[in-house]
Write a protein that binds this ligand. Sequence first.
Ligand code: HEM
Length: 523
Amino acid sequence: MTDVASLGSEPGDDRPVLTNRQGHPVYDNQNQRTVGARGPATLENYQFLEKISHFDRERVPERVVHARGATAFGYFEAYGKWGDEPVSRYTRAKLFQEAGKRTPVALRFSTVIGGRDSAETARDPRGFAIKFYTEDGNWDLVGNNLAVFFIRDAIKFPDVIHSLKPDPVTFRQEPNRIFDFMSQTPETMHMLVNVFSPRGIPADYRHQQGFGVNTYKWVNRSGDTVLVKYHWIPKQGVRSMTGADAAAVQADDLGHATRDLHEAIDRGEYPEWELVVQMMSDDDHPELDFDPLDDTKVWPENDFPPKPVGRIVLDQNVSNNFAENEQIAFGTGVLVDGLDFSDDKMLVGRTFSYSDTQRHRVGPNYLQLPVNQAKGTKVRTNQRDGQMTYYVDGAGENPHVNYEPSITGGLHEGQYPTHDDQGPEIRGRVTRKRIPRVNDYKQAGQRYLLMEEWERDDLVHNFVDQLSQCVRPVQERMVWHFLLVEDDLGLRVGKGLGISPEDVAHLEPLNGQDLTDEDKQRL
Ligand code: HEM
């Protein structure tokens, strides 16, 4: 094989030589081919046309949400047990079983609403998406830093995101559009109390928590299931910014969080998070005042104590931002044996959405890209072709056989798992109904009361600032909700807006709204 890298070098110059994508050495990268030094360009100008047309296609569509982000690599290390209790009692997932076992990971942090080059100081939830390259194939856990979410049914996702994204006419994020939607959607209160507190602007990616948010299941060797929630606790501690802190940082740097992560890893200060899980038995828990499948709720830690199961360490930066941060693709459907979905109505919608958008955003063969490929196991499918096919998946003995079943050497099905039947039996009629026990205000109020004084002040300040840019009916409805969340919050935001409890007393509960007895007493 000719090493084009050496062709055309001056004697003694051992730097590699530039080539085009066909491997042809490039001896002039400054001038295109023209007829004479001042004459017209020629169409057979292959080198120039290839260079420009590739440049024209350098961008793929950015993510519809979470466009701005930063990825780093590292490992997950399992503890194998907590106290005397082996993790195998609850899950057979191999990555958790042995103490000290390491699984390579990629972690992408992100903001949600802004575009790919937007400010990382935005008041916005932060994404916390992890890809575990396990021996059973990939597992993705795609979460955020705030433990809960705005809505509980995936059918509302395009609406909540549209309200938060720029106005389609002015292309400005408009508080009136945001709170117009939120004021009609009481389940958003818990998330709003988080997003508009200092937690809504983490100091950087290293000093934030991560949460799986949705409810998943663990499955053991006997097919027994438990409901689980995942939490990541940063060893670095949690730090947040007020709006004023953020403005000062943003004046200097739009990408301070990406820079902080990159520089810390370069310095050898590897950020670390501990994974703790909360568990409950796999049933609907009528004794609770919330539904365990509702992602607008947290599970009280006293009743469901978090159990440490491992830690994650990030010790390597990306070597190319586009290949490893832009093209990385996570999804909630990407689970391994021993982990499963729950019937959380957000989770099912998310599971369709991620791979659907990635086939559009990155292309139908996005799983062939190195950062997305399973690494701990060999991929062998009969899926073929499509745009940008990079290789043929590991075929069986006979490369002619890209179908199954076959007796002539194709791939065959694996061993049937011992317990394919799992979890409780589900019965019901097909319907469109919200879950019972929505209880939209109580946990939002508890969160408010748990805040430190300065956090409450900041929250009230931020709500008043945003709501003062909204029309009066939206302001009144928000004050009405806040009075139901916690009197003090409603009174303080109301005062800032010049709206008293008497001003909102005429408001009726929203159409179809379920209020608890406690809520009714507050009205
Ligand atoms: C990214 C949809 C709810 C966390 C995305 C993307 C879509 C999406 C389409 C872009 C993916 C890509 O282009 O690769 C949805 C839908 C949801 C939902 C339909 C509700 C039904 C949530 C929730 C969380 C979350 C509740 C947090 C727990 C994330 C994260 C990313 C993301 C972290 C960025 C992943 C990355 O870094 O590449 N989501 N999402 N999403 N979503 Fe969601």
